[in-house]
Design a protein around this ligand. Sequence first.
Ligand code: SAM
Ligand code: SF4
Length: 394
Amino acid sequence: MPAPAACTASLAQDWRAGGFALYVHWPFCAAKCPYCDFNSHVAAVIDQGRWLAAYRRELARLGRDTPGRVLNSIFFGGGTPSLMAPETVAGVIEAARAAWPFANDIEITLEANPTSVETGRFRAYADAGVNRVSMGVQALNDDDLRRLGRMHSAAEARAAFDIARDCFTRVSFDLIYARQDQDRAHWRRELTQALGMAVDHLSAYQLTIEPGTAFGARHAKGGLRGLPGDDLSADMYLDTQDICAAAGMPTYEISNHARPGAESRHNLVYWRQGDWAAVGPGAHGRLTLPTGRWATEAHRAPGEWLDAVEARANGDSAREILDLPDRALEYLLMSMRLVEGLEIARYLAHGAKLPQDRLMNLSELGLISLRDGRLAATPAGRPVLNAILRELAE
Ligand SMILES: C[S@@+](CC[C@H](N)C(=O)[O-])C[C@H]1O[C@@H](n2cnc3c(N)ncnc32)[C@H](O)[C@@H]1O
Ligand code: SF4
């Protein structure tokens, strides 16, 4: 059934509830970590000038597609964007500014690996306009860092973190838990130590064994012994919530914790279903244009993406219009990751339904809360979010 006209008009502006951001994918790493299935590649030679020219071309195209937007955030993700030359980062930021006016409080984040090679560039990134760094610390002991195939020690990660604090007002870091042979006491100690050095934001991800990675292959052959089971992983998840909250960095999204006000504005654009332009190999974007809301996807292989941009002035391999049920489902799946949850009126405006009997059941089980026009998972509901979503999406 088509949406009524008033609803269609409000849906054309729906992205404004989340804001507008730019994602820039840098697809290279110094080495491939055995657990990682991100679109990242090891390359002997990278022509940074050629990459910058391609990003510029893409940004000019996307700017033409989205006139009148104000940019709230830029995120350099990867791969390892801290392998980008500072001039490349500066050039991308300059091209973004030519495409859209920047919000006064624009957040510009760059993902960094904590090795000495990268920290030497931090000051230059700050001069280029980067105001937030997200560092992949992953673990705080050398044995586990080695097992994760990382190229830095715990001491190097700490040193890199101190340099990041000097160069940027906002610093986040990633940790991976539920690692081989890790028990609850170990994780609690490590997380408490990590919070001792935290600035304003921390992402704690449960190790997932992804098919197509080195860990995936080892696991399939019966290797990688000592991984925590579901119950222990769930306990570690609950410990993470408690310890982060006690340290003044409560959970605001399933895996993310921040001092109030220091949440990642960029990721909030995704979770609140704003619009984001995306450039670089494999990057996915969402853009609401006069013709509807589009999902964009760029060529995944770095060489193919470069060739496409250079030959056809467009790095996208696919562009698909999202229908209302798709949009509603995306809003449900993304917003329910947030502690603030989903805005019910906004969800219903997509023509979606919230079955009362299921809401009642979930609420009686203490898994969801319904308050101030919002639906959210409770602390008890967050570890079983996927089950809640299955109930609500059907
Ligand atoms: C694009 S990567 C990180 C940026 C940077 N290249 C680095 O490794 O430090 C983003 C984050 O995803 C997390 N991650 C990647 N693969 C993961 C997996 N299989 N399980 C859990 N977390 C993972 C890591 O914490 C990583 O820092
Ligand atoms: S975790 Fe980071 S450094 Fe390691 S392969 Fe993935 S993107 Fe590259």
